[in-house]
Design a protein around this ligand. Structure first.
Ligand SMILES: Cc1ncc(COP(=O)(O)O)c(C=O)c1O
Length: 369
């Protein structure tokens, strides 16, 4: 059996007619840039989340960059975030001259440890940016209290959390501004690059709308220096179709996660990140922690079971961020996790037969190790 980490083909086959029609309509209209479908998707996504504004942008990395620019965070400022995430979380900081200040992860959830944030606050700190890693929302109650107490912005990196909830409220509505990626493998994925920013703040929304479109108010009147980070109209049309299925897909992922946990709990040597209290994860990734991870990964690959590592090198040890002068041991929980975590195949269409194949083989591999 060949089981990929994510199966985008099967999902496309199930909704092919609707998707093909949506794409054809954009091409027929020839309204490729800022077409009407963008606002339609933005309205649907805002409604789905319960956010006042959703602004479509070109990708999740640009979403973070534009959010920082709209908040007025600039060179010399600091933002506190997690070392266990994709590098795109902090690339925009570096490009804008903002210093990422890491706080180690919580050993149970693998997200930023709220108890380690306060010690990282300095007079230069302007924001806290937690990442809802693997689709599991962070403990927002504690983090937003710290942000309020210290007059800091709360930015959600919600790239992996479309539809995840905390205390019944959707990720993307829990801070001042939130950044989404619609990279194809995400729970809500485009057929190319795409992203969005959500906020309940009217003036941030206005600024982001200008920034993503050359700072313009009218075609050739540019109020501020912006950039071109617009959402593509074809991608918006695809996302509008796929958004209708997101709730159902996220529910399937939760059911699959339950099946995985039930079948793997008998193994004894596997542990799982915990869902944050009050949170409803959407299992963007299904992550386990195993002894001899690299060997296990190799054997899974030999069996054509797609597995991955999210992420093998924590950000503070990335060669590109060497200039931050971190060393091994600075964030021990993130370092230990990055050596032991493994992501198993996870997509809404994963069948019971596939789950059984994966869990039976994995149990065998671990017991033989
Ligand atoms: C946590 C996180 N932040 C930011 C991004 C950046 O999104 P994009 O790839 O759409 O630029 C990603 C995407 O992989 C991500 O997983």
């Amino acid at each position: 059996m060949n089981i990929p980490l994510v199966d985008l083909k099967i999902q496309y086959q199930n909704i092919k007619q609707e998707i093909d029609q949506a794409i054809a309509e954009v091409i027929d209209s020839c309204k490729f840039i800022n077409g009407p479908g963008i606002e339609e998707f933005e309205n649907d996504f805002a409604k789905f989340l319960g956010a006042k504004h959703a602004i479509g942008v070109s990708n999740g990395t640009d979403a973070i960059c534009l959010a920082l620019m709209a908040l007025g965070i600039k060179a010399g400022d600091e933002i506190i975030t997690t070392p266990l995430t994709f590098i795109a979380s902090v690339e925009p900081f570096i490009l804008l001259g903002i210093k990422p200040v890491f706080a180690d992860i919580n050993e149970k959830t693998y997200s930023i440890d709220e108890d380690k944030i306060k010690a990282k606050i300095t007079p230069k700190t302007k924001a806290i940016m937690p990442v809802h890693l693997y689709g599991n929302p962070v403990n927002i109650d504690s983090i937003s209290q710290i942000a309020k107490d210290h007059n800091l912005f709360l930015i959600e990196d919600a790239a992996q959390a479309q539809g995840a909830e905390y205390n019944g409220q959707k990720a993307g509505t829990l801070g001042d501004v939130a950044c989404f990626s619609f990279f194809p493998g995400k729970n809500l994925g485009a057929y190319g690059d795409a992203g969005a920013i959500t906020t309940n703040n009217d003036s941030f929304a206005e600024k982001i709308k200008k920034l993503k479109n050359h700072g313009r108010q009218e075609k050739y009147t540019h109020d501020i220096v912006g950039t071109n980070s617009r959402l593509d109209t074809i991608q918006a049309a695809i996302l509008k179709v796929k958004l209708k299925y997101l709730k159902q897909w996220n529910n399937s992922r939760r059911q699959i996660a339950e099946k995985y946990k039930e079948k793997l709990s008998t193994c004894g040597q596997i542990t799982f990140p915990e869902e944050t209290i009050k949170a409803k994860s959407i299992y963007h990734q299904f992550v386990i922690r195993v002894p001899n991870r690299d060997k296990v990964l190799e054997k899974l690959k030999e069996l054509n079971i797609g597995a991955g590592i999210h992420y093998p090198i924590p950000l503070h040890l990335q060669p590109a961020l060497k200039f931050l002068n971190h060393k091994q041991g600075d964030f021990p929980n993130a370092e230990k996790a990055s050596k032991e975590i493994l992501s198993l195949p996870m997509f809404p269409e994963l069948t019971d037969e596939q789950i059984n194949y994966i869990t039976e083989n994995l149990t065998k591999i671990i017991n033989e190790n």
